[in-house]
Design a protein around this ligand. Structure first.
Ligand SMILES: [Zn+2]
Ligand SMILES: [Zn+2]
Length: 210
C-alpha cells in the first residue's frame, strides 16, 4: 500500500508530499517545499527510508528544503525535468520574489526520458505537463488513483501562466492530453490547497467547463 503524508510548508504554504511504500518502508519526497528538519523528523518517526526527491517543477516555493535534505544525503537521487533547468539554476525565481534561498545542489537525475519511476514495489508514470513551468511533470500512480500534479490543476482552478516560461495554451493542452483522460476517481494532490479529483474538476472547474 501507498502511504501519503501531506504537509503545507514554507512562506506561501506549498504542499510537500512524503509518499511511502508501507511494506518496504521506502519513501520519496515530492516537492520538499521547506523545513528539511521537519521532513526528516516525519520520515524518521515513520521508520521510512528516503530514496529520492522528485520535483514537479523548480519554482522556489517547491524546493526550499532541497539544500537541507541533500546536505544530509548527497547521493540521493534529485529528479527534475531539464525543461526547468534554467529556472532551477536561477534559484527557482526566489530573488525575483524577494526570497532568500540557499545554494541549490546540482540535479543528478533528469526526467526527460524517464517514463516511469519506482518506489518500493510501486510504479509511477512521469507525465510531462508544461505550461505553468516549461519542465513541469506530474507523478501518476494508477493502482491507488493518485496524481501528484504540482501546480497544473487545482480545486476549481489551474496553475498561473504569467510567470516566465508560462503559457496558457500549453497548460490547457497538458491538462487535456494527460489529466483529463484519467479516471474520475483519480485524486489530484496539488501543489497548493486541498486535494481534488479528476471527476470533480471535469464537472466543476471553470477552466474546463467553459
Ligand atoms: Zn509553481
Ligand atoms: Zn507553487
Amino acid at each position: 500500500m501507498l502511504t501519503i503524508e501531506k504537509h503545507s510548508l514554507g512562506p506561501i504554504g506549498t504542499n510537500c508530499y512524503i509518499v511511502a511504500d508501507s511494506e518496504t518502508k521506502d519513501c520519496v519526497v515530492i516537492d520538499p517545499s521547506d523545513n528539511a528538519k521537519f521532513i526528516q523528523a516525519r520520515i524518521a518517526a515513520n521508520n521510512w527510508n528516503l530514496q529520492a526527491l522528485w520535483l514537479t517543477h523548480a519554482h522556489w516555493d517547491h524546493i526550499l528544503a532541497v539544500p537541507g535534505l541533500m546536505a544530509a544525503t548527497p547521493d540521493l537521487p534529485l529528479a527534475l525535468h531539464s525543461g526547468d533547468k534554467g529556472l532551477y539554476d536561477y534559484g527557482g525565481g526566489a530573488k525575483m520574489m524577494g526570497v532568500q534561498i540557499p545554494d541549490l545542489p546540482p540535479i543528478n537525475m533528469w526526467l526527460d526520458d524517464v517514463p516511469t519511476l519506482t518506489l518500493g514495489a510501486h510504479t509511477f508514470k512521469v507525465l510531462f505537463v508544461p505550461g505553468h513551468a516549461q519542465g513541469h511533470v506530474a507523478f501518476y500512480h494508477a493502482e491507488s488513483n493518485s496524481l501528484f500534479g504540482g501546480d497544473v490543476l487545482f480545486q476549481q482552478s489551474i496553475g498561473r501562466t504569467d510567470l516566465p516560461g508560462g503559457s496558457y495554451e500549453v497548460l490547457m493542452n497538458s491538462i487535456h492530453t494527460h489529466f483529463m483522460p484519467l479516471p474520475d476517481e483519480t485524486v489530484v494532490y496539488s501543489g497548493h490547497g486541498e486535494n481534488t479529483t479528476i471527476g470533480a474538476e471535469r464537472r466543476m472547474n471553470p477552466f474546463l467547463t467553459m
